[in-house]
Design a protein around this ligand. Structure first.
Ligand code: SAH
Length: 229
């Protein structure tokens, strides 16, 4: 009885992890939509074509997976809109081997894009449920970051600093100083700043004390939350 149950569970898992030529076709169309919206980096577009986004959301909502929309995942969080993921990835000009800190693992979709771009990724998530789920799921479909961390992104990850790039995928009410401090000289922090809506803001570290700031337009993210007590 137990064995049967186990086999059944494994079988449903296999079904859930299925990727088909129909999905591939939908991904190609999504890449065309993103290109029309201004994504020009061919490596980013290839990553969008490659990653089975339908596996990152509940299988009953599969039809929504390849629309250019954010979508609810667990713990009242969302998988970011593909355009936003592509925009952040393109803006950071990711090079193979870049050491990247990601704040807000969520579903792991942005993490997978960074890994497709051959970056070395450290990803922090503060919701236990998402941390557990995504750190099991991503390696299962072949995406292995250097580290998944359950913790508070406001603090960054001092023990692994400095980073070439830091990407924040939740709306931050202010720019956390530790994140600026953990950048290499020449490194980039990309962070949506604001309460209800956010301004995508890029900081480039010019020297120990100087940062160049660029504001890159309005976006909407779930809030970056302070540490749980
Ligand atoms: N890139 C993810 C975005 C998920 S939404 C995706 O596309 O799936 C933002 C994520 O940031 C949520 O999972 C949320 O739990 C997480 N988050 C919010 N505040 C945080 C914090 N202080 N530290 C780390 N993660 C945080």
């Amino acid at each position: 009885m137990y064995l049967e149950l186990l086999l059944f569970l494994d079988f449903t898992k296999l079904l859930k992890l299925k990727d088909t030529s129909k999905h591939q076709g939908l991904r190609n169309q999504l890449a065309i939509i993103l290109e029309a919206k201004g994504i020009t980096d061919s490596n980013v577009l290839n990553a969008i074509r490659e990653i089975p986004r339908h596996l990152f959301i509940d299988s009953s909502f599969e039809a929504h997976a390849y629309q250019d929309k954010a979508f609810p995942i667990a713990a009242e969080q969302t998988i970011s809109q593909p355009y936003t993921v592509a925009f952040q990835s393109q803006t950071l000009e990711i090079e193979p081997g870049d050491k990247i800190l990601e704040i807000g693992t969520g579903s792991g979709y942005q993490t997978a894009i960074l890994l497709e771009l051959k970056a070395e990724v450290y990803s922090i998530e503060r919701q236990k449920e998402l941390f557990k789920r995504t750190s099991l799921f991503l390696p299962k479909i072949g995406y292995k970051p250097k580290k998944f961390i359950f913790g508070d992104g406001y603090k960054g990850l001092k023990e692994e600093a400095p980073f070439d790039k830091i990407i924040v995928t939740a709306g931050a009410p202010f720019v956390p100083n530790p994140l600026l401090a953990q950048l290499k000289i020449g490194g980039k922090l990309l962070i949506p700043v604001g309460d209800k809506t956010q301004i995508m803001t890029l900081f480039i570290r010019k020297s120990a004390k100087e940062f160049e700031k660029h504001e890159l337009g309005d976006f909407a993210f779930v809030p970056m939350l302070e540490e749980k007590n």
